[in-house]
Structure formats: structure tokens, C-alpha cells
Design a binder for this molecule. Structure first.
Ligand code: GCO
Ligand code: MN
Ligand code: MN
Length: 386
């Protein structure tokens, strides 16, 4: 019943199930897996696709011949399993050169190197048929505003994206760019900290039509925001090009937990939103297993992400088919048609009708809305007692 179908487009990054469990306080707890091993693991758990940063696949110091043999082995694993590569991205955060950012580094040599590295990574992604290119500016920010002018940072970031859009077009790549916001970590503050901020920034780009967002559950939650609302804004703008699913408790470090491990209710409304609108992009799990896990635990983690999504999708269908819930929702909208017609878009007639109408504001204020019942029914449905 909770089997993944290709239409769900469930994907994982090489860095997710490949995560070895290193953290700022401790060494790795799992052995590294090679890219072909990861592809086979993902096929085993039911994933549709695999994504990568340039250096997840090709180490930053690989020789050309090492590069060729890695590509050959990876291609072989994709052919054996039928997995696709829908998204690629650049690692612009691990190497010490990027300690003050990549596209927004104060050092023009670093900014130029970041462009060179990204073009090469776009070439690599295109070789595998990727059509979405993610930009997560993990180091694009500062610890002290004494060190960097945020206006200059934004200007440099815009310049880089305009450059790379031109490069994508000139190469004939089919890329759509997806910008991923995060409020902080690893920088004290990261520029453009929320999906809403990204959406505003996109409109200032030369090729804004090519650029959308890649919102992540954990990142919006770290900022104390309602993730489903951020996703709704992206959908409303036609900009939901990709999505990073995971989980996070508010006010904690960047946890990247298994999807829906923490906020069942918030993630239910997220899945309901995606399913109701028929979102047809990749559903990417940007998460990793707890540090307590071995290889079996990594598989449990990956299967859990997929299964939890499918369970919540099934709950969303039940919510939509639940007569009592739907009855309460319909009741909210039942008003006299003549009064309902007063709300709507601008017209001279509506202005005249509004000016003439007498509203009974006390009656409007006195009406109980039934949200307590609605929320309780939602809880009962999610807990399986309904
Ligand atoms: C994080 C980010 C990253 C990016 C990834 C793709 O908080 O570490 O979510 O995992 O999504 O680098 O750009
Ligand atoms: Mn993250
Ligand atoms: Mn992410």
C-alpha cells in the first residue's frame, strides 16, 4: 500500500544516505560508501533518482583519469538500477577557500574560482541529464557586519547567478536554477535567509524566469516559520522548482532528520498541499540517519522517509474524503450568495454595492468558527482513531 511509484519522483543526494555521521564533536561512525554502492542502496529502498554535488561524485583533487573511471562506474550503476539524476549542485562550502563565501567572498579570486567550479559542475550534471541546478549558499554570509557589506554581497550573488544563467543558455543546457535559503549554519548569518527572501531576490535577476526556489523543511523551521506557508508562496509564484524534505525541531542545531520524524502535523499539511496541487517535481529527501545507526539503520532511515511521505499522502486523501471535516469546511463558506458576491476583484459595480451594504459586524464577530473541532478531528485522523 505504501509503495513508491515513479510518479512520486523520490530522490536522495549521494551525501544523504552516504553521510558517515561526522559532527562538530565526533568522528565518522560509518564507513564511506562509493557512489555505485549508494545508487544500489537507493534502488533497494525504492528511490527514483539520485542527486549529487560535484565533489560527492568526483573528489576535488581527482586526476582526469580518476574522473573518467568514476564516471564510468557511476553510469554503470545508473544503467543497472534505472535510477535517474534529476538535480545537480556545487560544493561551495567544504574547501577552506570558501571560508568567507563563494559568490559573495570579499576576495575576487575566490568569487572567480566559484564561477569556474560551478561551470564545471554544471557540465558534469548535464552529462547525467540533470535539469534542476540547486544553489545552496551555505557560506554566503558573515559572522560580523564589520567584515562584509550585505549590499555588496547581494550584488555579487546577483552577478554570479546572471553569469551562470547566461552560461547555461550558451551551452544549451536545460537547467532551471533552484535557490535554497537557510538562516544560519555554517555562517553566523546567511544572506537571503528565507524562501520569501529568495523569491523577492529572484525578481531582480536578468533571467528570473529560469530561477525558482528549493525550500527545505529544516531551514524554514530553524527560522521559526511555517514551512507549508513558504511552499504555498513559492507555488503561488510558480517557483517551486524543487523541494528538500527532512525534519527539524525549532530552536535546535541543523538536524536534517528523517522526513516527518519530528513535526507530524506540520508535515501532514505540507504533504497535503503538495498532493492537492499535484506538484510534479522531484520529492527530494535532504536528510541523514541518526549518528547511532549502522548500514541497516541507514536503509531504515531512507525507507522511513519514503514511507512517511506516502502515509501522510494517504492521510491527506482521507482528510479530503472525510464527510465531517469537509462539512465543517463547507459551513465556513456558507453565506448568502448576494453577500458572498461582495468580496472579489475590483469593479465599479462592486464598489457601489460595497458602499451601499450594511454589515452586521457584531454578528460577524459573534460567529463561532469550529476550528477547535476541525483541528481535533485532524489530530484523530493522523493518530489513526478515525
Ligand atoms: C544543508 C543544506 C544542504 C544543501 C545541499 C544541496 O543544510 O546542509 O540543506 O544539504 O541542500 O548542499 O545544495
Ligand atoms: Mn539542510
Ligand atoms: Mn538542503
Amino acid at each position: 500500500m505504501y509503495d513508491a511509484q515513479p510518479a512520486h519522483k523520490f530522490t536522495f543526494g549521494l551525501w544523504t544516505v552516504g553521510n558517515v555521521g561526522r559532527d562538530p564533536f565526533g568522528e565518522p561512525v560509518r564507513k564511506p560508501l562509493s557512489p555505485p554502492e549508494i545508487v544500489h542502496l537507493l534502488a533497494e529502498v525504492g528511490a527514483w533518482g539520485v542527486n549529487f554535488h560535484d565533489n560527492d561524485l568526483i573528489p576535488i583533487d581527482a586526476t582526469p583519469s580518476e574522473r573518467d573511471s568514476i564516471i564510468k562506474a557511476f553510469r554503470g550503476a545508473l544503467a543497472e538500477t534505472g535510477l535517474v539524476v534529476p538535480m545537480a549542485t556545487t560544493n561551495l562550502f567544504s574547501h577552506p577557500a570558501f571560508k568567507d563565501g563563494a559568490f559573495t567572498s570579499n576576495d575576487p579570486a575566490v568569487r572567480a574560482y566559484a564561477l569556474q567550479k560551478t561551470m564545471a559542475a554544471m557540465d558534469l550534471g548535464a552529462e547525467f541529464g540533470a535539469t534542476t541546478y540547486v544553489f545552496w549558499g551555505g557560506r554566503e554570509g558573515s559572522e560580523s557586519d564589520a567584515a562584509k557589506n550585505p549590499l555588496e554581497g547581494l550584488k555579487w550573488f546577483r552577478e554570479a547567478l546572471n553569469f551562470l544563467c547566461e552560461y547555461s543558455l550558451a551551452q544549451g543546457y536545460n537547467y532551471r536554477f533552484a535557490l535554497e535559503a537557510k538562516p544560519n549554519e555554517p555562517r553566523g548569518d546567511i544572506f537571503l535567509p528565507t524562501t520569501g527572501a529568495m523569491l523577492g531576490f529572484i525578481e531582480t535577476l536578468d533571467h528570473s524566469d529560469m530561477v525558482g526556489v528549493n525550500p527545505e523543511v529544516a531551514h524554514e523551521t530553524m527560522a521559526g516559520l511555517n514551512f507549508a506557508h513558504a511552499v504555498a508562496q513559492a507555488l503561488d509564484a510558480g517557483k517551486l522548482f524543487h523541494i528538500d524534505l527532512n525534519d527539524q525541531a525549532s530552536g535546535r542545531y541543523d538536524q536534517d532528520f528523517r522526513f516527518a520524524a519530528h513535526n507530524y502535523k506540520q508535515n501532514f499539511f505540507l504533504v497535503k498541499l503538495l498532493e492537492d496541487v499535484g506538484y510534479d517535481g522531484p520529492r527530494h529527501f535532504d536528510a541523514h540517519a541518526y549518528r547511532s545507526e549502522d548500514l541497516q539503520g541507514v536503509k531504515d532511515f531512507a525507507r522511513g522517509c519514503i514511507r512517511s511521505y506516502l502515509i501522510l499522502a494517504e492521510k491527506a486523501r482521507r482528510f479530503n474524503a472525510d464527510a465531517e471535516i469537509q462539512g465543517l469546511l463547507a459551513e465556513l463558506k456558507t453565506v448568502e450568495p448576494a453577500v458572498a458576491a461582495l468580496a472579489g476583484s475590483y469593479s465599479a459595480e462592486r464598489v457601489a454595492a460595497l458602499k451601499a451594504h450594511q454589515f452586521d459586524r457584531d454578528a460577524l464577530g459573534a460567529r463561532g468558527l469550529g476550528y477547535e473541532k476541525l483541528d481535533q478531528l485532524t489530530f484523530e485522523l493522523l493518530m489513526g482513531v478515525r
